[in-house]
Design a protein around this ligand. Sequence first.
Ligand SMILES: C[S@@+](CC[C@H](N)C(=O)[O-])C[C@H]1O[C@@H](n2cnc3c(N)ncnc32)[C@H](O)[C@@H]1O
Length: 327
Amino acid sequence: MMLALRGEGGPGVPRRALMIGAEPHPEFGDWPEIVGWQPFKPLADAWERAGLAREDSPHGFYPLVLVMPGKSRDETLAWFALARDLLEPGGRILAAMPNTAGAGRFEQEFARACGGVTSVQKHKCRAFCSNPDASWDVELLGDWKNLGKVRQVPGTGFVAQAGLFSCDHVDPGSALLAEHLPGGIRGRVADLGAGWGFLSDATLRRCPGVAAVDLYEADARALECARINLANSDRPVGHHWHDVADGLPGTYDAVVMNPPFHRGQDTRVDLGRAFIAAAAGGLRRGGALYLVANRQLPYEAALDAHSFSWRHAGGDATYKLIHARKR
Ligand SMILES: C[S@@+](CC[C@H](N)C(=O)[O-])C[C@H]1O[C@@H](n2cnc3c(N)ncnc32)[C@H](O)[C@@H]1O
């Protein structure tokens, strides 16, 4: 991205810029006024640790808006439309992404919206930039903006948003865990990596003895959807924008979770292990953990390492359910 900024035909480095999907880079430290928007807490924390300014929701107008790829096609197109809404007259949008994230396809789509781009390719990545006199296709941008709106999860009464885990259907693993949650769970429950709130909702519905549920989720937009999805709960619900790898601030009688095992396109078993460590730290002695995971994910050793007693509690060809107790 820095290469594209300074390269021939690039926008140069104006004093002010906004980065959508912000991720820190050493060279951003010299930028007089760069502001980042990043809904994913670990990356938002990394941005702030680098000494860079952050906004909870992007607003204002900028001469340059930088765009990183979202997690899905709809999300990335919605971010292009958002970038256009935040652009000063004569300003430029610069997007950068790896080829494996569909850079070539997104460049073509973006060029359709702005009438042509300046583009560079290097290190298996592509950066492409609108021109100051771009002729924007307002109708197409309107369609893209709609792709990013909060919408109903088909066939359910829940809402979600493009880019969130399982935004178009209930995850089958989570559904399996919900079906097998014992109705006798009592007390305070934490839902780790709560997403848009499916497991919290199931816990509250199935377990009348549950006094309160706390959702811990790294994606701020998922939490906003969870707030809507759980608005009618008859018991207290806490929403925490939180990196579970940092541990839990409270103590709980039970934890439910379907831990993440991807960051971007990488499989990350260490994330699930960090979630198990957080559950161990947050549960009272004798507290219960209800976990669903893809069969091939090796979480059993982490449960042993954190002194859980545990058993496989069913599953299917794809998923395993684990019930564990903190000793
Ligand atoms: C497999 S999804 C499960 C979502 C939801 N519980 C469900 O069952 O539909 C894992 C969730 O963990 C969130 N997540 C990923 N890394 C996280 C982290 N470090 N701290 C907290 N949440 C995280 C993701 O955003 C995602 O919503």
